[in-house]
Design a protein around this ligand. Structure first.
Ligand code: NAP
Length: 295
């Protein structure tokens, strides 16, 4: 078996993503010699003890990171600053601090100013997930065949980047590197806007359901059902994603609104070619995702 990447790795926030990393580490044995897990609530800590994927379960985040050579933040991005204020004075020199957050400009904004000298920040975003959350939701194969985007700030220690890269390779992910601003624009269109649309469609249908006694949801077609799956996602996580990728999300929403209006106009005017072109583009994208095994 390969040498363990980290002597003592601390995961802060054993939810869907954190507990998936923990299960992977436990299963493989070559990610961390000792795995420490900390969470916010006693209920989650108790559940982590029952599930048995951590070597050490510690209620106090500051104590949890002490003596660790790796720490991964797996909490909603809106909680980063508060957690960093708590742990920063306890991070050991040489420690690699990473995360899994869905927004990356906010990570630099919230973590860099508090980063102690000698601690290496290597932000990461595994592009994998489900609509479920909490320590029971994770599974070790979640990251298999999925992308993981690293956004290390300029000047980051190459050895620290390599350590985090190797962790994600061992998770079965494909790696990509980009700057935080590019990351935030990319995920705004492929992830954040689709969620915003899903939440909105459900609210609009819910409003309509109040007005339509025959019922709307009883006849939910597969198109609507697919949106409800996305819309079942965690409230705190998505609230934080929207607020922490505000600029890029609003830009994509403005572009989408213009394009949706154009399609609506084509429908009103009966512009067959325009309508067919839009549908064909959608079909093409779906086919290419299937070919790239990302569907
Ligand atoms: P999750 O299942 O809801 O778990 C969140 C975890 O964070 C819980 O263990 C929770 O502890 C802890 N936590 C919440 N607020 C905290 C605070 N103020 N201080 C300390 N711990 C706190 O969330 P998730 O889906 O795994 O998402 C975690 C991160 O991964 C987020 O940053 C998200 O943007 C990113 N991400 C998510 C997905 C996805 O599809 N879900 C995909 C890629 C990346 P308690 O249970 O004790 O409250």
């Amino acid at each position: 078996m390969a040498e363990a990447l980290f002597e003592r790795l601390c995961l802060i926030g054993p939810g869907l993503i954190g507990s998936s990393i923990a299960r992977l580490a436990k299963e493989r044995g070559d990610i961390a010699r000792t795995l420490v897990v900390t969470a916010k609530t006693e209920r989650t800590l108790e559940r982590v003890r029952e599930l048995g994927f951590a070597d050490v379960v510690e209620a106090d985040a500051a104590r949890a990171v002490e003596g660790c050579d790796g720490v991964i933040l797996c909490v909603p991005v809106g909680a980063y600053r508060e957690v960093m204020v708590r742990i920063a004075p306890h991070l050991a020199p040489g420690c690699v601090l990473s995360d899994v957050g869905s927004t990356k400009g906010s990570v630099l904004r919230d973590l860099l100013p508090l980063l102690p000298a000698g601690v290496h920040l290597v932000p990461a975003h595994p592009m994998a997930g489900t609509e479920y959350s909490g320590p029971d939701a994770g599974f070790s194969t979640l990251f298999q065949g999925r992308w993981c985007i690293l956004t290390p700030p300029p000047g980051t220690d190459p050895d620290a980047i390599e350590k985090v890269s190797e962790l994600w390779r061992r998770a079965g992910s494909q790696l990509e590197r980009m700057d935080a601003a590019t990351h935030d624009r990319v995920v705004a269109i492929v992830s954040h806007l689709p969620h915003l649309i899903a939440f909105t469609i459900c609210s609009t249908a819910d409003d309509l359901a109040q007005e339509t006694p025959e019922g709307v949801f009883r006849f939910a077609a597969s198109g609507f059902r697919d949106f409800t799956r996305i819309a079942a996602s965690d409230v705190a996580m998505w609230r934080d994603v929207f607020l922490n990728n505000r600029e890029a999300l609003l830009e994509m929403l403005a572009r989408f609104t213009e394009d949706a209006a154009a399609l609506g106009r084509a429908v009103r005017r009966g512009e067959v070619e325009f309508i067919e072109d839009r549908i064909e583009r959608g079909r093409k994208i779906r086919r290419s995702l299937i070919e790239m095994k990302q569907a």
